[in-house]
Design a protein around this ligand. Structure first.
Ligand SMILES: [Zn+2]
Length: 120
C-alpha cells in the first residue's frame, strides 16, 4: 500500500469540480482534455480499478446528456417555433455532440469520486 499525504480538508466539491484525485485531492485525474492518468501522480491510487470499471461512467454520461438535450430541444422549440421536430432534435443532438468531450471527462470524474466515496 502506498503512503499518501492526508487529503486537502474540506475540498471534496472543489476536487470534484477541478477533476482532482478523490483520495488526496492534490493531483488531476486527467492530464489532457481526454487523456486520463492511470494512477494519481500524487498518491498513486489507480483510477481504473478493474476491466469494465467505467461502465458506471456511461450511466452518468447518459444522466448528464439527456437533461441537456431536453433543455436544448425545449428552448429551441420556443425560440424557433417554425422549426420542424426533426430540426429541433438535430439541434439538441448537435449540442450534446459538441459537449461530448466534457461529458466524457466529467462523467468519469463523477464516477471515480462516487465510487471512491462508497468504496474507498
Ligand atoms: Zn491522489
Amino acid at each position: 500500500m502506498t503512503h499518501s499525504p492526508p487529503p486537502v480538508p474540506g475540498s471534496r466539491w472543489r476536487a470534484l469540480l477541478r477533476g482532482d484525485c478523490p483520495r488526496c485531492r492534490r493531483a488531476p485525474i486527467f492530464r489532457a482534455l481526454l487523456t486520463m492518468n492511470e494512477k494519481c501522480p500524487s498518491c498513486g491510487i489507480a483510477f481504473d480499478r478493474e476491466p469494465g470499471y467505467f461502465t458506471g461512467a456511461m450511466y452518468i454520461s447518459y444522466a448528464l446528456a439527456v437533461p441537456i438535450a431536453a433543455t436544448v430541444a425545449l428552448a429551441t422549440s420556443f425560440v424557433f417555433p417554425a422549426w420542424s421536430f426533426e430540426m429541433t432534435i438535430a439541434a439538441a443532438f448537435s449540442v450534446v455532440a459538441l459537449l461530448s468531450p466534457l461529458l466524457f471527462r466529467y462523467s468519469r470524474i463523477l464516477w471515480i469520486h462516487f465510487d471512491r466515496y462508497v468504496d474507498p
